[in-house]
Design a protein around this ligand. Structure first.
Ligand code: FAD
Length: 233
């Protein structure tokens, strides 16, 4: 049923209106939109975002929605370097009230009740997890599971770092890593403690492939591993 709803969501384009851009850090920006018609989705999903204010080649990119449904806005957060693609140049040109189109939301990330949800984020791969954790935090939804976020960035600069720390409580915790081996050891510890854990991995292809392989080697059933690979990095 969820799958059919997502196919329907992809087939139906939605207009979103640009409201504002926020610089999160050097080279990292959040673009905030409001949907013209109410949009229902659950935290952790990604969507296809289409540039419509000018003609460019490859006018679509996939982005995880970094906001959560209870924030009542659609946000995407992305890296924009010194030599941006035409798509990202077009994002930077957006002015308030300009429109884009969205197809979706969709994707395999759904928070699991009554289980340990272990989120593993590499760099910008934090975006779907920020959405899921913020939703639990704001909506005070009846969440009877556990969230453990392992967040790695070798540059020791963590997008949403402060916000994530503030969300720490008895059910939700974040551990920050700058060293891959240290994080891998922590993941090993995690798999030996509890077999009721579902693992969610997001980031570059290199990260999702290597962590998935590690989890499989550690005996985690494939059905308990969900990945969002940020193709394009
Ligand atoms: C499910 C999902 C969620 C994502 N969420 C985010 C997010 O939250 N934030 C974020 O910043 N980015 C996210 N991305 C990545 C995003 O879609 C862009 O690819 C990325 O931001 C780079 O865009 P760009 O315009 O800078 O570079 P691009 O112009 O897209 O190109 C960068 C390089 O990647 C190559 N490339 C592009 N697309 C593909 C492809 N499909 N297969 C193989 N190679 C390709 C290009 O040839 C080029 O060499 C996500 C991707 C996916 C699939």
């Amino acid at each position: 049923m969820i799958f059919l709803n997502e196919i329907r969501a992809v087939l139906t384009p939605k207009v979103i209106v640009f409201k504002e851009m926020k610089k999160e850090d050097e080279g990292i920006y959040t673009f905030i939109f409001e949907p013209v018609k109410p949009l229902e989705w659950c935290a952790g999903k990604h969507a296809m975002f289409f540039i419509t204010h000018k003609k460019i080649d490859k006018a679509m990119r996939l982005f995880s929605i970094s906001s959560c449904p209870s924030e009542n806005k659609i946000a995407l957060t992305t890296k924009i370097g010194e030599n941006p693609s035409d798509y990202k140049k077009a994002l930077l040109e957006l002015k308030p009230e300009m429109k884009m189109k969205l197809r979706g939301p969709m994707g395999p990330f759904v928070l699991q009740q009554a289980r340990t949800n272990c989120f593993i984020a590499g760099g910008i791969g934090i975006t779907p997890f920020r959405s899921m954790m913020k939703e639990v935090d704001i909506s005070k939804q009846k969440f009877n599971g556990i969230i453990k976020l392992f967040y790695i960035n070798s540059r020791d600069s963590f997008l949403y770092g402060e916000e994530l720390k503030e969300m720490d409580n008895e059910k939700t915790s974040t551990e920050f890593f700058t060293d891959n081996q240290v994080m891998r050891n922590r993941i090993k510890q995690m798999t030996s403690q509890n077999d009721n854990t579902v693992f969610f991995v997001a980031g570059t292809q290199q990260i999702t492939t290597s962590i998935k392989q590690l989890l499989i080697e550690l005996g985690v059933n494939k059905k308990n591993i969900k990945t969002d690979t940020f193709i394009g990095y």
